[in-house]
Write a protein that binds this ligand. Sequence first.
Ligand code: GLA
Ligand code: ZN
Length: 674
Amino acid sequence: MIENSKVKKILYGGDYNPEQWPEDIWKEDMRMFRLAKIDIVTLNVFNWAMLQPEENTYNFEKLDKIMNMVRGNGLKVCMATSTAAHPAWMARKYPEILRTEHSGIRRKFGSRHNSCPNSSVYRRYSAALAEGLADRYKSYDNIVAWHVSNEYGGECYCENCEKAFRKWLEEKYVTIEELNKVWNTAFWGHTLYSFEDVVVPNMQSEEFLWDTIRTNFQGISLDYRRFMSDSMLSCFCLEYKALKKHMPDTPVTTNLMGLYKPLDYQKWAEYMDFVSWDNYPSYDTPFSENAMKHDLMRGLKQGKPFALMEQTPGVSNWQTYCTLKRPGVMRLLSYQAVAHGSDTVMFFQMRRSIGACEKYHSAVIDHAGHENTRIFREVAKLGEELEKIGGEILGARAASRAALVIDWDNWWAAEYSAGPTRLIDYKKEIFCYYKAFAENNISVDIIGVKDDLSAYKLVAAPLLYMCKSGFDEKVRSYVADGGCFLTTYFSGYVEEHDLVVTGGYPGKLRDILGIWVEESDAVPEGKQNSFTYKGEVYPATVLCDLLHLEGAQEISSYRSDFYAGMPVLTCNNYKKGRAYYVATRSSDKFYRNLVGDICEKEGIAPLLETPEEVEVSRRENANTIFLFLLNHGEKEAKVPVNRVGIDLLTGKKYDAGDMITLLPKDVAILKQIK
Ligand code: GLA
Ligand code: ZN
């Protein structure tokens, strides 16, 4: 449904589970979908029990009926494979498909996302089901995408996984000597004599519960994270291949979950035809946090548009407070997704269920069963607007000049680290910088360490604890050629196996940054050091590096403690470029000012000047700019327009210098010719 010639507009719809309802309701669904201008449904997400009621029996009868009905009603289909929850008979007959928890307890039948990714039975039957579905429905040209499984995630520590882990390690490290080296097993006499000695790192072995799950051997735990992510990815790939056998031209995806730590989405995206994801902010999630997740999803495929696969039209049952989305907020968040690169707006779900844990989760059609609800009216109104907008925006890109680096291995490693402080929080650190870009109205791409840096004037890689082989070289030549790099405390310590790079921190980044970090002082919660930047005093918290200049210039220094006067903020002129180092965690205001100043110096201009609560985001194609203005505030806002354009939503024309008035939660999409 992304980059698919059958798609001519922003698709609008969502998860639809008619098999959970009597058939007389279906007709009513079709009527209401028409009213709301729904044009796509995601079908078949949790139907394995229905499709394969016994080991050797498949039954597609009901799904045939559903498929014929939706096709007859002109709906496109995002077709799921139903493999995110196995049928009861499979658990009864093959208990090996059940997952084993971190505690070592084997689960019984129940829940979902419940299959061991290394069970050969699960792998065989899930691929067979995917293949059977593709074979059966290949002639349905209203299928615009395949949706494999659902929100892959969790973990397993069973014997299948243990065996597969040994194999994975043997393929990666070849000899046991190499494995002992990279895991540093001489520590505590943990030397392994053969791959058979490897056990999974859980509560029964290397891991333990302190404030959170901790590990004695970071290297082992880190490899297990990689292995688990790879294990699930290989399940995805098995289904992908099975689908392609019969429908080679239909794009395949699986719905991701934003900043989801257990799965290395940057690696996953290499195997997906397009990225899709489920966005469930809570009532108090800052709008820039949503924006960051959208940008991460866009970055997974180097800027290609993605699909918003799910969002709730109203409440999510599973949050602490099922706070209603205020009038206009569903529309605002839908356009925010589009503003950051989504080519769809989709919901979970179309009709609210009557039983089990999601019966109080909003849906397009409520328990009341008719169209006279606030939510349905808002959905229908947005449907009308999206129809009006049509396909103009599809495929348009962001064209950012600044990038923020996220790396899953680094995330895992930094947070497994025992020391220097429990306050190491990768997501938080990344968000500090993302928010600073957002508050300066600077468009930013979120990229991985494998991505090309040359398109950017500024690359920020906060808390880059693990600097994997090759990345330092990439940064070195990027800066040498005139690029600007920024990193922070707790960076460059280890290589990809979590082994320390000796010779002084920040390891291989040292010459680029022109500094040497000799020691780092953990600052307990509630305490702080401080420093001055452009005449204002800012806090220094979490960790304070004690560093020496080796060519860099000091911009600011600590104000107190025995390291008062030592540098806290530095910039190194390295060949044609510059490299900044922020030796501590500070406040939002500091980041906003610092990032704003660096961007100004590097010639990265804000997209537009807007009031604080008005977000601005831009997509563009060869000839056209789409400037999205999103008023997240509670008050009316006025925004000066920068060039001639027309608002796609109201049809109103604007000249450069005109003021556009946005009501609270309102949106404008200015179409401007380049
Ligand atoms: C996830 C799942 C859906 C549904 C929603 C509820 O996104 O993919 O099946 O459970 O959460 O918020
Ligand atoms: Zn397992």
